[in-house]
Every structure is written in C-alpha cells, then in structure tokens.
Design a protein around this ligand. Structure first.
Ligand code: HGY
Ligand code: MN
Ligand code: MN
Length: 415
C-alpha cells in the first residue's frame, strides 16, 4: 500500500486528547500554566505516557527527562522517524503551543494502529523537556543537550526564580531517566507547531511549509545604581537603575525597527530591586530578546545595543553587565524533509506557503543532528504565549494530516 490522499488522521480523537491535556495545569484565563518539571508537568507527562502505552508503544526516558514513545517498524535496525514537540507551557500559555506537535505525533501512531499499517522504520513520538525556557532559561534546553549544544551538567545547573535547580527538579518529579542524551540516532525528525504569528491566517493558508527558523539572541542586562529615598533625594543625585532599564527598553525598540520589516526586539523578563514604592531602584535585571532570519543583522543589533546601553549607563552613572543567556543562529531545514511536507500538503489538497519560523522550536536544535522539517498551522489573530491562544479543529486536522503523510512517507509503508 502506498500513502494516498484519502489517508487521514482521526481529527475528533486528536481534538479530544488536546482538550483532555488542556485540563492539566489550567491557567487563570482559559489557557495553561504547566511549566516544565512542575507537579502539573508531571501529571501531563503521566497522561501522555498512559496514552502511548495504550497505543502499544514502548517508552524511553533520557537524562534530561525527554520522553520517547516507540512504535516498532518491520526493520528493527532501521533508524526511527521521530516526531514530536513539547508539553511544557508558558506561565500564561495556550492549549496548543507544543501540545499539538506531541499529540499530533501520538495520533499518527493511533491511526496507523487503526489502519493496521506497518512501516519499515520505527516511529518515535517525543516530548522534549523545557522547550519554553521560562522557568529555566534558556529555551529548548533538552533538545539543546540532545544536539550537543549544552552539556548535561550545565543544564542541570539552570536555576529558577526560587533557586531550584533543573537537575533536582527532574529527580523530584520522577523524570530523571537513564538514557544518555543524544545517544538516539534519527532517520528524520518532524515537528508540527502552531505558527504563533499572523501570516497563515491573513493569507488564508492551511499549512506553513517551514523552510527556515529565524535566529535568536537573549542578552541579560544587570544595571547597578543606588537605592535612596524617592522623596528626599534631589533628582541630580539619583542613580536610578529603573530609569536605565526604561531608556534601554526604548533603545531595543529603535534598533529592531531600524531593521524592519523582519527584525524583532523586546524585553519580556525584568526584575527591579528592591521593588519598593518609595525607594529609587538600586538594581535592574532584564533580558533582551532579539530575533532575525539573518545572522549578520542579529550581530549588528547586539553590537548597537552594547554601545547604546553603555552610553545610557554612563549618563546615569550605572554599573552594567551584559551576559548572553540564550541564542541560536538562523536555521535552514533539510530540503528532503521540507519537500516531504510540501508534497503532503499538495497531495492532501491543502493551501500552503513557505514560512520562516518566528519562534524557536526543538526542531531548530535537532536540525543539527538529523534531517529535520516543521509543519505549521494557523492560529487565531496570530496570538500565542497568551492564554487566549486559539486554533480551529480544521487547522489542527490539516496540520496533523500533513505531518501524518510526511512521517509515514519517510518511514515507508510496508505492503
Ligand atoms: O522563545 C521561543 O521562541 C519558544 O517559544 N520557546
Ligand atoms: Mn512551542
Ligand atoms: Mn512557546
């Protein structure tokens, strides 16, 4: 049997699973707060594992807590085709970011079981630990260790805002596996993800054929001024770290806009100390997020930030440290895998367009160690990293059907 255009996943079953997962680690406004290695994340992992085992998969777990659910192929020596994403969410995350890619992978297994179809290559569904990088910076830590970007010890040492270490939290929630991270070799890796931007919806396209991922640079800035009384300290005597952060925030915006239309820049994380209403902030710690599809532009944005921030700090009399706490170069995905995605969209009759991913994904790191591609579906108003994140069942089905065809074509159906 060859794969043909009437082969589809069971979209009702997929949607039910997404809604079931969404009940775990609910947010405060209809989305999710299932941050990595929290008790809520552990419950989500257990539910995922129970579904995979019910679908006949054997489970693997590596030393970063990344979960692998394997469906056997007819050739046990053939490298598996991997498919997946992440189940951890932002603190005010949506129901679909990451989850669609993991449960879309599981739906492929379930559908192949229903069809009693075998593939030559095994198929493995993956849930990567800590893709979001919000509790433990940076983003995509486990896939980064898998791709040899970070060492295991460095990853274990990542601390959250309360001083908890990633390695200790892995143990605490019971997901410290024994597999060496990155020991698994992949025939190919596919990730389905919501676009998290407005292009597909505006252009009324069902599918994004992701050819590239833009590069990212996270710069953590620490400004040191002097705490003093907000009432009795004359303005010329103030060394206000909060003022420095405000001016650098404006500078970040200017630099990004100077590289319009593709550059982006913002400060999403900031801590002011001592954060008291009547004390001049003596310290400000914040992270700048610069992104662009070209490396030379990201380099220029960082250089201009460093120069401009130094000038601002000197004018106010602030001490300043800048540390890169995350980043990766722009990514070009594997042509063969991208073609498999595009052919699938064509075969299934879905409208599609090439897309550069605005967000970072585990696929961006896995692309370093295996032929990799991504499938994207639209999301309402392009909104994500917001509890109001929404997609339609039709979009979820279209994305998963394309993923299904790309994965099964690559894993090779056995007659
Ligand atoms: O930051 C990112 O792009 C991803 O959502 N973690
Ligand atoms: Mn994601
Ligand atoms: Mn995300």
């Amino acid at each position: 049997m060859t794969i043909n255009s009437n082969m589809r996943i069971n979209s009702d079953r997929l949607w039910e699973s997404i809604m079931e997962m969404a009940k775990i680690g609910p947010g405060v406004a209809g989305g999710n707060n299932r941050q990595t290695l929290t008790d809520e994340d552990a419950v989500g992992r257990q539910l995922f594992q129970s579904w995979c085992e019910a679908a006949g998969c054997t489970m693997g777990l590596d030393k970063m807590g990344t979960m692998f659910a394997r469906r056997e192929g007819t050739d046990p020596d053939a490298l598996p085709v991997y498919v997946g994403s992440h189940l951890d969410t932002q603190p005010t995350g949506g129901k679909y970011d990451g989850v669609l890619g993991v449960l879309g992978g599981l739906e492929i297994i379930r559908q192949l079981n229903d069809m009693k179809v075998q593939t030559k290559h095994p198929i493995v569904v993956v849930n990567f630990t800590n893709e979001e990088g919000t509790r433990f910076a940076p983003a995509m830590v486990a896939s980064g260790v898998f791709a040899g970007i970070h060492t295991l010890d460095w990853a274990y040492d990542r601390e959250d805002a309360n001083g908890a270490k990633l390695g200790d939290e892995l143990k605490r929630v019971g997901y410290l596996g024994d597999e060496e991270v990155g020991a698994r070799k992949m025939h190919a890796f596919f990730e389905l993800h919501i676009e998290q931007g407005p292009i597909l919806e505006i252009e009324k396209k069902d599918i994004g054929v992701v050819t590239h991922g833009q590069g990212l640079n996270w710069l953590q800035v620490t400004l040191t001024g002097r705490e003093s009384h907000t009432g009795s300290t004359p303005m010329p005597m103030r060394i206000n770290a909060g003022l420095g952060m405000a001016r650098i925030t404006e500078l970040v915006n200017e630099i990004a806009l100077s590289h319009a239309p593709n550059a982006v820049g913002a400060i999403g994380h900031c801590d002011i100390y001592p954060n008291s209403r009547n004390i001049i902030p003596g310290k400000a710690v914040f992270t700048i997020d610069f992104r662009h599809p070209q490396k030379d532009v990201i380099t220029d944005m960082e250089a201009r930030l460093r120069e401009g921030a130094k000038k601002i700090a000197d004018e106010i009399g602030l001490g300043m440290e800048i540390e890169q706490v995350g980043g990766f170069d722009p990514v070009e995905f594997d042509e063969g895998c991208v073609t498999a995605v595009r052919n699938a969209a064509e075969r299934l009759g879905y409208s599609h367009r090439n897309l550069v991913s605005g967000a970072g994904h585990d696929a961006c790191w896995i692309n370093r160690v295996a032929p990799t591609a991504m499938v994207m579906c639209p999301c309402v108003d392009g909104l994500s990293h917001n509890e109001a994140e929404e997609i339609s069942e039709e979009w979820a089905a279209a994305g998963t059907n394309v993923l299904f065809h790309a994965v099964v074509e690559t894993a090779q159906i056995v007659e």
